[in-house]
Design a binder for this molecule. Structure first.
Ligand code: KG4
Ligand code: ZN
Length: 372
């Protein structure tokens, strides 16, 4: 059975943006669904962005025997759990579907099977309850999480620099407003989370590889292996991780036959993590140079949970006189709170379109959402 992580959280601070009284249903709560990868998540937020209910079901145990996420298994697991999770979320919030202002679901980018399940379920619920359906971009959810009311003392204001560091994405984005995203650079090969997962696999660690590698690195010597820092010091804000992953594979291949000593595994993990942190810090510095108007530096995505990486990037932000805003760990990885919040931000900005005819998209770049 998968791990079941269930939380009910009340966030105290209320968002300050004014909401027009004439917009009626915009004042009602929003229910959101996230099924783009291997987490089934449901959340309900009130119109101010306060979290009423949040539920995340991780499928690690289902995928572990295969050493990675199997799309077909993920889609079937979403299908199995989504109805009961949604019912439980509504009941915990004391709401009926008819009471909602809107129903939102991640509609891309991601694994198409899961997206079809989540968006199809959301559309069905919206039709049955006579509520609007909103098709939300997963990356926009990560991009706007830092603005969730109550997360940080000073509300995050536009424009800000976003470092999106996840399993499928690695990019620097100038976030100029809701629906206004300018890509400054991105990976030319692997995403940073993908590199963590591949190196973790090479080291024989269980999935999810990123957190397992970080735990192991705590006990390792980060100076033992001088792994390359791809694109470090180069102009621009692009990333590259496949050469680093190959360098780790070569070091492992040159070790003596037989099981690798535990301290060597830890040293490789620590040295790899150090190299990634250095590269990300360098790329963040370049991106900040390209965006002098940034008010704050925001990190998001699963890899933003990594403490070594957070510290390196925080030092860069401080050198530019900026604060680093990183969501709490449970909002770094995939969750439905960020999808509900993106839906609320879109509704407030007058950008929420009817998503009933939206076709889920496995690829859906953030900058394609941009309004002029
Ligand atoms: O944002 P996310 O939950 O899903 C995607 O949209 O991709 O990110 C998942 C990725 C995985 O590659 C996972 O290994 C990585 O984030 N990750 C980490 C850590 N926690 C999750 N990588 C490094 N250190 C961590 N603590
Ligand atoms: Zn994600």
């Amino acid at each position: 059975m998968p791990d079941f992580i269930e939380e009910k959280t009340a966030v105290t601070q209320i968002g300050s943006d004014a909401i027009s009284a004439s917009e009626g249903p915009i004042l009602a709560p929003v229910l959101a669904i996230e099924t783009s990868c291997d987490e089934t998540a449901v959340a309900i937020l009130d119109a101010q962005g306060r979290v009423l209910v949040e539920r995340v079901l991780s499928q690690f145990a289902d995928h572990a025997p295969f050493g990675g996420v199997v799309p077909e298994i993920a889609a079937r697991a979403h299908l199995r759990h989504l109805p009961a999770m949604t019912r439980a979320a509504l009941s915990a919030a004391g709401l009926r579907a008819e009471d909602l202002g809107a129903i939102a679901a991640t509609s891309g980018p991601g694994l198409i099977g899961g997206l079809l399940v989540g968006a199809g379920f959301g559309k069905g619920l919206a039709l049955a309850a006579g509520r609007p359906f909103l098709a939300i971009n997963h990356l926009e959810g990560h991009a706007l999480t830092a603005r969730l009311p109550g997360l940080v003392a000073e509300p995050v204001r536009f424009p800000y620099l976003l470092l999106l560091l996840s399993g499928g994405h690695c990019q620097c984005v100038a976030v100029e407003g809701v629906g206004r995203y300018r890509r400054l650079g991105g990976t030319i090969d692997d995403a940073v989370g993908e590199a963590f997962d591949k190196v973790a696999k090479l080291l024989g660690l269980p999935i999810p590889g990123g957190p397992a590698l970080e735990r192991l690195a705590l006990t390792g010597d980060a100076n033992r292996y001088a792994f390359p820092r791809p694109l470090h010091g180069r102009a621009g804000c692009d990333f590259s991780f496949s050469g680093l992953k190959t360098a780790v594979a070569q070091v492992i291949a040159q070790l003596p036959e037989g099981p690798i000593a535990a301290f060597t595994v830890a040293d490789i993990a620590a040295s790899f993590q150090r190299a990634v942190a250095d590269v990300l810090a360098d790329r963040a510095a370049h991106a900040l140079g390209a965006m002098p108007e940034a008010t704050v530096l925001v990190v998001a995505g699963g890899v933003a949970a990594n403490q070594t990486i957070r510290q390196s990037i925080a030092r860069v932000a401080a050198r530019h006189g900026l604060a680093l805003v990183a969501p709490p760990l449970r909002y770094c990885g995939d969750n439905a709170v960020m999808i509900a919040w993106a839906a609320i931000e879109r509704r407030r900005a007058g950008l929420a379109e009817d998503g009933m005819n939206h076709r889920p998209l496995p690829r859906w770049p953030l900058e394609s959402l941009s309004i002029s």
